[in-house]
Design a protein around this ligand. Structure first.
Ligand code: UTP
Length: 229
């Protein structure tokens, strides 16, 4: 099985911006275990997390335009991706590709490719969808800090219900409520949804606080939320 994995920035950085080193080490273990068992994690996309939000907030206070804020977020995500190179060591491609073409070239080497952001106007979820499409993988796993997709924001609304399946249109309705600004592309941004819609990549949204959940999904367990087409 060929896989693309997106690791949410909040999973590897806490609210203060500290790096969750142990979790990164656990992810590396899981990925190397899968590799030994012939599940290829071709590419891992890492979110910008607290670092992105901190820098974007500062830039916004200085009246920076949104696309500059996006560029700052891209750099933060690349920085987070770069730490993961350290965790995977010689199994990882040594640098961070900055275009989709560079990602494809890097993946062709057989090394695990770490990626942050690519271009403004989207989130790393769009990056993950684009790469999953480009590499024609069997499954995209989106590891985040909640159990899956909920009817409402589960961190704000106690009545929010977790969905085991969701269509792209339903996801679109949920994100319409959240707006479209740098550092705030929640869940899936419009670019990510358009790409998923056209390429119909089987996509799971799972809780990545336990990196072993990635193993569970690959083993066929029904955790999280599956996007259906
Ligand atoms: P993310 O929003 O994807 O990271 O990227 P996050 O905040 O860690 O979110 P999760 O938890 O991974 O989902 C940070 C910011 O970087 C910019 C956007 O402004 C985004 O909100 N970015 C990222 C881009 O403009 N283009 C990209 O390709 C990636």
């Amino acid at each position: 099985m060929r896989v693309v994995l997106k690791i949410g920035g909040s999973l590897i950085q806490d609210e203060k911006g500290n790096i969750r080193v142990e979790r990164l080490a656990e992810y590396a273990k899981v990925i190397l275990k899968l590799r030994k068992e012939n599940t290829e994690v071709l590419c891992i996309i890492v979110g910008g997390g607290k670092t992105a939000r901190k820098y974007i907030e500062a830039a916004r206070k200085l009246k920076a335009v949104e696309s500059l804020c996006d560029e700052i977020g891209i750099r933060a995500a690349q920085l987070n991706a770069q730490i993961m190179i350290g965790a995977l060591n010689k199994e990882a491609y040594p640098t961070i590709p900055e275009t989709l073409q560079e990602v494809a070239k890097a993946a062709a080497t057989g090394k695990i490719v770490l990626v942050g952001g690519l271009q403004p106007g989207q989130s790393t979820n769009a990056v993950a969808a684009l790469i999953a499409e480009r590499l024609n993988v069997d499954i995209l796993i989106n590891a985040t800090d909640v159990e899956g997709v909920y009817t409402k924001d589960p961190k704000k609304d106690p009545g929010a219900k977790k969905l085991s399946k969701i269509t792209v249109n339903e996801l679109q309705e949920i994100i319409n409520e959240t707006g479209f600004f740098a550092g705030k592309y929640k869940l899936f941004d419009p670019v990510a949804l358009k790409i998923l819609e056209r390429s119909k990549i089987p996509t799971w949204i799972i809780n990545g606080e336990d990196p072993k959940n990635v193993l569970r999904i690959i083993a066929g367990e029904k955790i999280g939320t599956l996007i259906v087409y």
